[in-house]
Every structure is written in C-alpha cells, then in structure tokens.
Design a protein around this ligand. Structure first.
Ligand SMILES: Cc1cc2nc3c(=O)[nH]c(=O)nc-3n(C[C@H](O)[C@H](O)[C@H](O)COP(=O)(O)OP(=O)(O)OC[C@H]3O[C@@H](n4cnc5c(N)ncnc54)[C@H](O)[C@@H]3O)c2cc1C
Length: 400
C-alpha cells in the first residue's frame, strides 16, 4: 500500500477534531482529518447533536484566526450575563439569585452560544475551502506506529499514512490514546444529562441561567429565536435512572416537570426538539502527549457540562499546540515540542477538572443542610467583588 505524507493527522471529526483541522489547515499545515462516523449537519436529522457550545472569549479569538468566526457569528447568541440560582429549599423556588455581568470585566460578552450540529455544518463547509486539508468522513484510524522521527497511522480502508504529528481528537475512549498507552483517571457520578431546546414567552435577554437544586444543575443557555419565539438550549443533569424516566415521559408530562425544575423563570417552557441523553463523567489523561501524539479535547479531558468549560478547554489545547507548532515548524511533533505542550496544558487541565468536579458535587447534593450551606457560599462569593471578578476571569480562561 502506498504511503501518503502529511504534517498532521487528526484522528476524530467531532467538533474538536473539525476545529483542529480548521485551525492547523488555515495556518498552512497539511492536514488529514478522519472519522468513521460522517458528521450529521441538520438539526432534526436522527442522531444530530443537540448540545450547544458556549464559546468563551479566548476560544472565539482562535476560531476567528482560523477564518471560522465570520461563518459562525450570524448564528450565535451572545452571553452577556451568567445567572446562578439556588433553588435548594424545601420547594423548588429561587432563594438565592446572583448575576455575573460580563460588563464588569470586559466590553464584550462572556461568550457566544451555537448548536453543535450547526458547528459541524459550518466547519465541514469551511474545510472545503482549505486546500491543505483533506477530510475523509467514513474512515477511521486503526493502528498507530511511532518512532522518534514520524508516526505511521493505519486507516480503516486498509491504507497507511505517515505524518509528523497525530492529534488525537477521537473522544473520551480515544483509540489513539489507547494505542499510545496513555492511561486515564475516570470519575463516575451515576449522573446523566438531558440536552434539548425549548421556546419560552419571556425573552432570555442574553442571560444564561444555572439553577441548582439536587441531582446536578439545570442550565438554560440563550439561542437565537426559533420559529419566531425566544429560545434556549437546556442541559438538565440528574441521577441516571431519573434521566431515563424523564426522557421516556410523554411530552406534556415532561414539560410539566421541566417547568417546575426551571422555577418558571422564563414562563412556561415548550419542548422544541428531541430529548438527547449524555452520560456524565470526569476524566483526565495522565499525560497530554506521547511519542508523535498530542491529545486534545475529550481524548485528554472530560468534564461535566458546567460553566461551558469542555470545548473551551479543548480550544485552549489547540491554541498552545498551534503556538508551539508555528514557533518552530521544523520541530513539529518532536519530543521537545510535545513535552512543552504537556507541561503547559496538564496543570491547568487538571485544575479545571478538579474545580468542575467540586462544583458538580455541590450541585448534586441532596441533604438539606448541605444545600443550605451551598446557598450561603454562593451569596458570600458574590458579595466579595474582587473574588467575583477573579472567578469570572478564570471561568473565561483569561486567568489560569
Ligand atoms: C450535555 C453536554 C453539554 C455540553 N455543553 C458544553 C458547552 O456549553 N460548552 C463547552 O465548551 N463544552 C460543552 N460540552 C462539552 C463538549 O460537548 C465536548 O467537549 C465536545 O463535544 C467533545 O468533543 P470531542 O470532539 O472531543 O469528542 P466527540 O464529540 O466524542 O468526538 C470524537 C470523534 O472521534 C471519532 N472517532 C472515534 N473513533 C475514531 C477513530 N478510530 N478514528 C477517527 N475518529 C474516531 C468519533 O466518531 C467522534 O466523531 C458539553 C457536553 C455535554 C455532555
């Protein structure tokens, strides 16, 4: 079998892998991106990804650099205010409600929210304009053989390619990570998330709302209007059996339960999409790299969807990797470069995974005294302006 040669092979064409192909392709590297599952690029198609991604400021800057932002911006909803609500009293009503306004730290929104299916559609379209990128949906990576000077990657069509760097963006069970022998530490919460879209009579006014009671947060993130009505994406986390029950309810009964859980903050919510179910774990790879391999996104770290960190951390990985690749392109994928990548990312990734793990555990709490302590802590943090501002900047990724 003849061997093709690329600077970079990206294993995985999920949102992270496609973003990596766009970022490195637009920087002039020759890239092959493969994924056995062709991307689903229509909202109502079976299997479409109805999660949304809130791109925070640093991530937006990278997408802009890759030439992607101009395509995405018309579809994005601004996130100007992050509202945190504690509804952990005897009855599901807001008892502490605090707002973090982006204008306290910046003249721009915190971020911009976009549906994942639409991200795939726009990223795939953008790749078609990048002559240095080859995207091969329907083909996966099957084997990895590395040596000091290069990697050889076997593909599911029987061919093999040579490259200087393999970017593993092939998800939480990353086959490339496994082939490279990198271990992971996984935390299971027995929790799942429902992700879906709703419409509501009261406009969201670009406020993202996280409501804590027990089982995990119930989060509403602004979307552009849907069928002429204000719309939000919802991520609703609960223990696994409760999510299975909610997912199977008839629509009217489900709407009644989500209205109670949403504390009626936007008026009655109407289900406006399928309900999709996602398992929730935390996971960190013990290293961000191996010989000729860089791990990014869920191949390296998985977090519960709190504070819009997941994909934003992934773009943080790519930002560092790109900076190192451009600083010394002749050393792309060599030991020194990947060691620097590991050092620059691992500490920050671990700190964020630990922080989000704690927030998730706090949100899951059932016992009333613990829920009361959580409400008091939220109040205390909010009332200290410097702490509040530091937390906002850390959330944005503007501070490590
Ligand atoms: C409910 C929910 C809400 C979320 N909300 C947010 C948010 O608001 N903001 C945010 O930043 N993050 C959010 N996240 C996290 C974000 O969705 C993930 O970080 C992101 O989608 C993961 O992308 P990924 O590309 O790493 O993994 P995946 O989407 O799992 O993609 C991996 C890809 O690799 C492919 N693959 C598998 N095997 C192979 C192979 N052998 N060869 C090649 N390819 C292969 C798969 O087919 C798949 O397409 C959320 C997560 C959840 C669960």
């Amino acid at each position: 079998m003849p061997q093709a040669e690329y600077d970079i092979v990206v294993s995985g064409g999920g949102v992270a892998g496609l973003a990596a192909a766009c970022v490195f392709g637009s920087a002039g590297f020759s890239v092959l991106c493969v994924d056995p599952a062709p991307p689903i690029t229509a909202r109502d198609a079976e299997g479409s990804d109805l999660r949304t991604t809130a791109f925070l400021q640093p991530a937006q800057a990278l997408l802009d650099r890759a030439g992607l932002w101009a395509r995405l911006e018309p579809h994005a909803a601004d996130l100007q205010v992050m509202r945190i609500v504690d509804a952990g009293g005897e009855v599901p009503e807001p008892r502490v409600m605090r707002e973090f306004d982006a204008s306290d730290i910046s003249d721009r929104p915190f971020g911009w929210n976009l549906p994942n299916w639409l991200l795939r559609r726009e990223m795939v379209a953008h790749l078609e304009n990048l002559p240095s990128v080859t995207f091969r949906p329907g083909t996966g990576t099957t084997t990895l053989f590395t040596r000091e000077s290069e990697a050889r990657v076997g593909l599911s069509d029987g061919s093999r390619v040579r490259c200087r760097l393999v970017i593993a963006a092939d998800g939480r069970n990353s086959p490339i990570r496994e082939a490279a022998g990198v271990e992971v530490k996984t935390t299971r919460y027995g929790q799942k998330a429902l992700a879906f879209a709703v419409t509501h009579p009261i406009p969201h006014e670009n406020v993202s709302t996280e409501i804590h009671r027990s089982g995990g947060p119930f989060t509403l993130v602004p979307l552009p209007d849907h069928d002429g009505r204000p719309s939000s994406a919802i991520v609703w986390m609960e223990e696994g059996p409760e999510v299975a029950r909610l997912a199977a309810l008839p629509v009217a009964a489900f709407e009644a339960e989500m209205n109670t859980r949403s504390c009626h903050l936007f008026g009655p919510l109407t289900l406006a999409s399928r309900r999709t179910v996602w398992p929730i774990i935390s996971q960190v790879a013990e290293r961000m790299s191996a010989e000729r391999v860089a791990l990014v996104a869920e191949a390296a770290h998985v977090v519960p969807p709190i504070g819009a960190q997941g994909l934003n951390m992934s773009l943080g990985d790519m930002r560092v990797l790109l900076e190192l690749s451009e600083a010394t392109p002749e050393r792309l994928g060599d030991r020194a470069m990947l060691e620097t990548y590991h050092r620059r990312r691992h500490l920050e990734v671990r700190a964020r995974v630990t922080g989000i793990d704690l927030l998730n555990r706090a949100s899951m709490m059932r016992a009333q005294p613990l829920r009361d302590a959580r409400a008091t802590a939220l109040d205390a943090i909010y009332s200290m302006a410097p702490v509040r501002k530091t937390l906002m900047q850390m959330g944005l990724g503007a501070r490590g």
